[in-house]
Design a protein around this ligand. Structure first.
Ligand code: ADP
Length: 212
């Protein structure tokens, strides 16, 4: 098997803050952040995949697995060729994929999951309120209607949450999704820095990593 991308999954319900945290992490050297939803949103809406995305996301449904994973794969390939993502140096932070057990199986040959950050929110109504605010700010169709937001949540509970149990419990770290972005970031880094140090050479000091 070709070497798999060393990966961290940002996991959590819609509105838990995966995108916010992922974007910050992606600005730190040695981390490469990829949000599957962002890749979809950047596709030409008139292309076949753009239309498929529109049809599903506007109803709060998942896009079918095969085109999703294929798009993800092409994106990773392109970023690697352009050296925007450097698999030997960067920890891949995936947000929004895998979103069901089948996607997790399809991705398994491409990624080696070293850690899962589970952003936990016990207050569902608070998360739904966050999504409503984001819909106004970012003009997102999938969160513009209350019923679509609630449907997204039920899809998460039914299809995405069970993905967690496909990975060993010891690689899952729970982080409280409620708090200031800086406090949540500090908690996430507390779990991620040791992963990065164990698996990657330190680019600044030139020290090599213990484990590969
Ligand atoms: P959020 O982080 O708020 O849950 P995303 O930006 O990750 O939202 O996703 C928005 C929409 O994009 C989803 O509701 C779904 O329609 C589509 N989507 C994103 N990632 C996937 C995926 N891995 N599989 C299928 N559909 C996806």
């Amino acid at each position: 098997m070709a070497s798999r991308y060393r990966t961290v999954l940002l996991f959590g319900a819609p509105g838990a803050g995966k995108g916010t945290q992922g974007k910050i992490l992606g600005n730190i050297p040695g981390f490469y952040h990829l949000s599957c939803g962002d890749v979809f949103r950047n596709i030409d809406i008139n292309s076949p995949l753009g239309k498929l995305f529109y049809e599903h996301s506007s109803r709060g449904e998942l896009v079918p697995d095969e085109p999703t994973v294929q798009m993800w794969n092409q994106h990773m390939h392109a970023r690697t060729i352009l050296s925007i993502y450097k698999p030997k140096e960067d920890l891949l932070i995936l947000d929004g994929i895998p979103r069901n057990e089948h996607q997790a199986q399809l991705l398994d040959k491409h990624i080696k999951v070293l850690k899962i950050i589970h952003l936990v929110c016990r207050d569902k109504e608070k998360m739904i309120e966050r999504l409503r605010r984001r819909a106004l700010k970012e003009n997102r169709l999938d969160d513009a209607r209350e019923e679509v937001i609630r449907h997204r949540w039920s899809v998460y509970e039914r299809e995405t949450y069970p993905v967690l149990s496909q990975y060993p419990a010891q690689i899952v770290s729970e982080v409280d999704a409620v708090g200031s972005p800086a406090a949540i970031l500090a908690n996430i880094l507390h779990h991620l820095v040791p992963v990065q140090e164990a698996h990657f050479a330190n680019r600044l000091s030139g020290e090599s990593a213990g484990v590969h």
